[in-house]
Design a protein around this ligand. Structure first.
Ligand code: CA
Length: 430
């Protein structure tokens, strides 16, 4: 750890105590605002955004990133490709500039006006141009619950599950940023007692509370990344809502896994919280039994202590209500193991690729990360504070995921990822 992690460091930009964006965080995102077009890269501080294109143009990053502009860009990919030493130097420069003790920006009113913009005046975009998106299935509690519902408790985990981080290839083309509505999909389903499948709007619409990691420098095709070098290829984390149509999934998924039940929309939070900012929240990874094969065994297996919550707001409720509280450290497979496994066959990853964790469920009923588990496949509908019940998401419902790591007097937060469910297009149902 370094001076950027010092819990006593304060910014001259006002940061309320419950803010997700104190000077210890400094998450990166892509934004635009009036007069700041096209979109460029900024860092959140309190309720402001520091426009890194302006800071870069003034030459502050020259030593760290070289001549080519990496922040006057509509995506983080070029910065991600630079790797951990450049990321660390840039974070150090930004933390120094925003430090209450540093006069450079603090005492220069014209530079402040040029470089700081209220978050309320910005529009946010996807943080990277994602070439490929992979969705893992790394929560043992989630896999056990889903397996129990589908196959019974005795066969809950498939024989491979404790030996490798199971995943499938998702669809980068349907990734959207927080705030984008999600339309209920139509598809083919087979009701339990029907002889033949039917077509129509999904009747079992769900969210999945996940955390995604953005890949930094990639690996050449044919060259695996060893598990102990995986961290050097991982930049930072975002919240992911992997919207799911359970009835479509149940009919289509065998034998090749999820397809149309998953690839119509996946929502990301706009601010990327760097692994460097999260260093104070590293924890030993959970024990693994059986011991995995050597290529998945790191010298030091770590995870992160990040509180994660899901909140649901129905059209009939004035406020969202919390329906899930869980933690990233419940995941069985680590970020490093996911990356090492993904590349062990020589599969090339590229800067900006997204690896999502899979639903993050904990061991208790309140810590389950999707409606499928929270309602036990609809058998135990949720009762919301206003008395409404939900077995699955209804049209007009808004689902919000949030998360943060709790420091001593500060929070390293992710902000949120939200989306409202729109009715299916009826024309699609015929
Ligand atoms: Ca998923």
């Amino acid at each position: 750890m370094n001076a950027t992690h010092d819990p006593r460091r304060r910014s001259f930009v006002a940061v309320p105590p419950d803010s997700h964006f104190p000077i210890q965080n400094l998450p990166f995102g892509v934004f635009s605002s009036a007069g700041r077009e096209p979109a460029r890269i900024g860092v959140a501080i309190g309720d402001q955004v520091l426009d890194l294109a302006v800071i870069e143009e003034r030459g502050f990053f020259h030593e760290a990133t070289g001549n080519a502009p990496v922040f006057n860009q509509p995506a983080l990919n070029d910065f991600l490709a630079l790797g951990p030493s450049a990321w660390m130097r840039v974070r150090g420069i930004i933390s120094h500039l925003l430090n209450a003790e540093t006069p450079t920006l603090r005492d220069d009113a014209s530079l402040r006006a040029a470089a700081l913009v209220p978050q309320a005046d910005t529009r946010m975009y996807l943080p990277s141009q994602v070439g490929d998106y992979t969705d893992f299935y790394s929560s043992r509690d989630h896999a056990t619950n889903v397996g129990t519902m589908l196959r019974g408790a005795d066969n809950a985990l498939m024989p491979n599950w404790l030996h490798l981080p199971v995943a499938y290839h998702g669809r980068a083309s349907s990734l959207v940023v927080s705030g984008t509505p999600v339309r209920r999909p139509c598809g083919q389903t087979k009701p339990p007692n029907a002889d033949a499948p039917v077509f129509g709007p999904s009747k079992s619409f769900d969210f999945e509370l996940e955390v995604g990691v953005l890949v930094g420098p990639g690996n050449a095709m044919g060259e695996p990344v060893p598990v102990d070098r995986a961290a050097g290829h991982l930049f930072g984390l975002v919240l992911v809502n992997d919207w799911s149509a359970r009835d479509i999934q149940a009919w289509e998924y065998q034998p090749l896994g999820p397809f149309l039940a998953k690839n119509f929309c996946t929502s990301l939070s706009p601010w990327v919280v760097t692994l460097e900012a999260l260093e104070p929240f590293r924890r030993p990874a959970p024990p693994q039994d059986p011991v995995p094969l050597p290529y998945l065994r790191g010298a030091e297996d770590w995870t992160l202590d990040i509180t994660l919550e899901a909140h649901l707001q129905t059209p009939g409720s004035a406020m969202p209500s919390r329906i899930t509280a869980t933690n990233f450290h419940h995941l069985y497979w680590t970020l490093a193991q996911q990356l090492a496994h993904h590349t062990v066959n020589g599969c090339p990853l590229r800067p900006g690729d997204l690896l999502a964790s899979g639903t993050v469920s904990g061991p208790t009923p309140e810590s389950r990360g999707c409606m499928l588990e929270l309602t036990w496949r609809g058998a135990q509908p949720l009762t919301l504070p206003g008395g409404e019940t939900r077995a699955s998401l209804q049209d007009g419902d808004r689902l919000i995921l949030t998360g943060w790591a709790e420091g001593d007097g500060y929070r390293i937060g992710f902000g949120e990822v939200s989306g409202e469910v729109l009715p299916a297009r009826l024309a699609d149902a015929h």
